[in-house]
Design a protein around this ligand. Structure first.
Ligand SMILES: [Zn+2]
Length: 244
């Protein structure tokens, strides 16, 4: 409901150019397999991804996945990938008051800056893809973009504080059908952002198998898409970072 309200009443608008197809592959949380397998698949195609990190999840071992820690973040940055912010505590933003959110974002910024210092604003992804109408001014000022879900291609007038993205998740049959999003993008260009979590032969419901991720990356490259991190995509679109 709140997500629909945000879509209906955008806070600000940027124009996503429609002259060429741009694809960004992004990972949330981030599981170790996203680093060990996902980053390697992207690199094998000469491209890089965006990894939205929640510092509070660092090193967690959960059913079906364990999450990277500071060393893993450092490795991603050293290999040319983008570290984005996914909040520190990974709570639904609707359940945090403004002060708690500001403190949480500052804590994650410190976590990320320790491994990958950055002069400009980072990009953000909402925990659980759950937007917060009341906090979007703070988010819009703190981050270059904020990514939600929404199963769509960003094209033309777009709210940078609520970017659309397409989830790569189970069942496997669903993953294999996602190539149609790349076909749709090539037919009618814009910016297609994929997001997923773990890559495993037995993925969690929120991940996919390594061969299927490989297939999507290879297909995007073969179809002539520009495959770029979120930050690099914004630069390529000529959407210059506005100083707050
Ligand atoms: Zn998450």
């Amino acid at each position: 409901m709140e997500n629909r309200l945000i879509r209906a009443v955008p806070r600000e608008i940027m124009q996503v150019p429609t002259r060429e197809p741009i694809v960004s592959f992004t990972f949330d949380d981030v599981p170790a397999s996203a680093l060990d397998i996902g980053a390697a698949i992207l690199e094998a195609h000469g491209v890089r991804g965006t990894f939205y990190i929640a510092g509070g999840l660092a090193g967690n071992v959960e059913p079906g996945r364990s999450l990277i820690d500071r060393a893993g973040c450092g490795e991603l940055a050293a290999r040319g990938h983008e570290l984005g912010c996914h909040s520190f505590s990974h709570r639904d933003l609707r359940h945090l008051d403004g002060g708690a959110l500001a403190a949480d974002l500052a804590r994650n910024a410190a976590y990320l800056d320790a491994v990958d210092p950055r002069a400009s604003r980072r990009n953000f992804a909402y925990p659980y893809n759950s937007g917060s109408f009341g906090k979007r001014t703070m988010l819009g000022q703190s981050f270059r973009t904020c990514r939600a879900a929404g199963e769509g291609i960003n094209r033309g007038a777009t709210d940078p504080a609520f970017l659309r993205a397409v989830e790569i998740r189970q069942p496997q049959q669903h993953v294999l059908g996602l190539a149609r999003w790349i076909d749709a993008l090539v037919a009618d260009p814009g910016w297609l952002i994929f997001f997923t979590h773990d890559l495993s032969p037995q993925p969690t419901p929120y991940g996919c198998t390594p061969p299927s991720f490989h297939l999507l990356v290879a297909y995007a490259v073969a179809r002539g898409c520009q495959v770029l991190t979120v930050d690099a995509a914004l630069d390529r679109m000529g959407l210059r970072e506005a100083r707050p």
